[in-house]
Design a protein around this ligand. Structure first.
Ligand code: PPE
Length: 312
């Protein structure tokens, strides 16, 4: 199954401490999180590696999961060990060799009104096979993207460093606008009109052999793949400017552009608003970092073993 395809109802989902059959992992229609977007979630990948199934940067995803709840006073009522066991349990019971893992915590069913009051925090972890987010071809050929007419919410309006379910209405608006216009994905500018990120990806630019990515104050999610790529690039001797402002026009004159994300992995961008970027195909720096990324996540190297939790 790839992104944008129907779910297969298969296996179990961990919900509030128990493994339940996929079709029974349901919640009430008056759930607080459904009405007000008051949930936090993660997207994590487990890869089928030479040493068995391995969850990539689980600790960092868990850190962000707990942190995301803070602005909302949403305290996840399970500890790290429980959530880790739950995830390993889901992967094993569902016999998944590689998977996309989706932990979610949200204010549940008890009362309505914007204040969550005594609503419980419900937690679930599901996993399913998810292929290349933007298609297998996208990884090689790159994608055409559109600058969205929608701006990213400023971090003074909603904390963009928290991965909150409600934030993704902005991602939907931008992504669907792009797809309606024949593009694969959007780039979203921040309130100042500078480059923020994609609807579900961070953005990188290559210029004159150096690498640039918008800083955390540009209304972006502090992506774990972003951090991975920065680390891999620096290890390969690249200068990475990870705290910069990138203006819209710089996208057009970039040598290379690419997206990063747990779902999107490392996806090259070949055109922005139909302006060809560089050679109009996956650029050499993108290719080097993308190969390095897949070499690491598939464990074809011993580097960065600290990033992996083996499921076997
Ligand atoms: N920005 C946004 C807005 C975002 O949603 C993601 C992840 C990223 C950056 C990259 O972050 P990281 O995954 O830590 O490298 N988007 C998730 C949701 C995708 C979806 O369609 O759902 C993901 O990649 O899992």
């Amino acid at each position: 199954m790839s992104a944008f395809e129907e779910m297969e109802e298969d296996g179990v989902i961990w919900q509030n401490g128990e493994f339940v059959d996929w079709e029974n992992a349901t919640t009430h229609v008056l759930t607080h999180g459904l009405h007000y977007g008051t949930g936090v979630f993660e997207g994590v990948r487990a890869y089928d590696t030479e040493r068995g199934t391995a969850i990539f940067r689980w600790d960092d995803h868990l850190d962000r999961f707990y942190q995301s709840g803070k602005p909302y006073d949403l305290e996840i009522p399970f500890d790290r060990e429980t959530l880790t066991d739950a995830t390993v349990g889901v992967l094993r019971r569902n016999e998944l060799e590689s998977a996309y893992i989706r932990p979610i915590a949200f204010y549940g069913y008890h009362q309505l009104g914007v204040s969550p009051g005594e609503c419980p925090v419900d937690v679930a972890i599901a996993a399913w096979p998810w292929g290349a987010y933007l298609g297998e071809e996208a990884l090689e050929e790159g994608i055409d993207v559109m600058i969205s007419s929608w701006r990213k919410h400023a971090s003074s309006q909603i904390p963009t460093n928290a991965k909150t379910t409600g934030l993704y209405v902005n991602s939907l608006l931008a992504g669907e606008e792009a797809r309606r216009n024949g593009y694969a994905e959007a780039i979203v500018l921040n309130k100042e009109g500078n480059v923020a990120e994609g609807p579900g990806e961070n953005l990188f630019m290559v210029r004159d052999g150096e690498i640039f990515t918008p800083g955390l104050s540009e209304s972006i999610l502090d992506g774990i793949t972003r951090d991975t790529v920065i680390t891999l690039a620096e290890e390969r001797g690249y200068t990475v400017h990870d705290n910069v402002t990138i203006s819209r026009g710089e996208l057009n004159t970039a040598d290379e552009l690419f997206f990063t994300g747990s779902a999107a992995e490392v996806t090259p961008i070949r055109k922005v608003d139909n302006v060809v970027i560089g050679e109009g195909t996956r650029g050499p720096v993108t290719e080097e970092l993308q190969s390095a990324f897949f070499e690491v996540v598939e464990r074809r190297t011993d580097d960065h073993d600290e990033w992996f939790d083996y499921v076997a």
